[in-house]
Design a protein around this ligand. Structure first.
Ligand SMILES: [Zn+2]
Ligand SMILES: [Zn+2]
Length: 171
């Protein structure tokens, strides 16, 4: 994982940098060489300094030129960009460039994805519960370009309104 952090002064800090692997095996396969994160608040088993079962807060670094696949999850998520810039896509809103000082919010089940620019992207992340039945470590699935589940096509927004996705009934 060292190359991801090669140009980052944070690399020398004693932070619990890890390749995220708790969300899903397919996520791990797609992203394990492209990003690292350090959990500061959350589960001490993942390195968190402050324990919380309700929120995960930490730092995330993604290599330049990486297409983080479009996906959705039960958790609600906020990213604040600290360094670098990226093109963010959000279901129902299209794409926009996000720069340091700006944040993106992904509501529960809402499809989203990011393509990083020419520099490493460094973000602060906040993961929290997405509402009733949408837990912090709930479901996680990849979506097509419109935000529909890659397996059944139902979008997170439709699902949130009462549609049934294969992810939802498959567990
Ligand atoms: Zn996400
Ligand atoms: Zn589905």
């Amino acid at each position: 994982m060292a190359p991801v952090l090669a140009h980052l002064s944070l690399a020398s800090a004693e932070l619990p940098w890890k390749v995220p692997k708790t969300l899903s095996s397919s996520y791990k396969d797609k992203m394990q060489d492209e990003m690292v994160s350090a959990m500061l608040v959350g589960n001490p088993e993942f390195g968190a300094i402050l324990e919380s079962a309700t929120y995960y807060v930490g730092l995330m670094v993604i290599r330049p030129g990486v297409d983080y696949p479009r996906h959705a999850h039960d958790a609600a998520e906020t990213f604040s960009v600290l360094r670098g810039e990226a093109t963010w896509w959000k279901e129902g809103e299209g794409t926009r460039v996000v720069r340091p000082g700006e944040a993106v919010v992904h509501e529960s089940k809402r499809g989203h994805g990011v393509v990083t620019g020419e520099e490493e992207l460094v973000c602060l992340y906040l993961w929290g519960p997405g509402g009733p039945g949408a837990e912090l470590l709930g479901r996680y699935w990849f979506t097509n370009d419109e935000g529909g589940c890659v397996d059944c096509g139902i979008s997170g927004m439709e699902w949130a309104k009462g549609g049934v996705c294969c992810v939802g009934c498959g567990r």
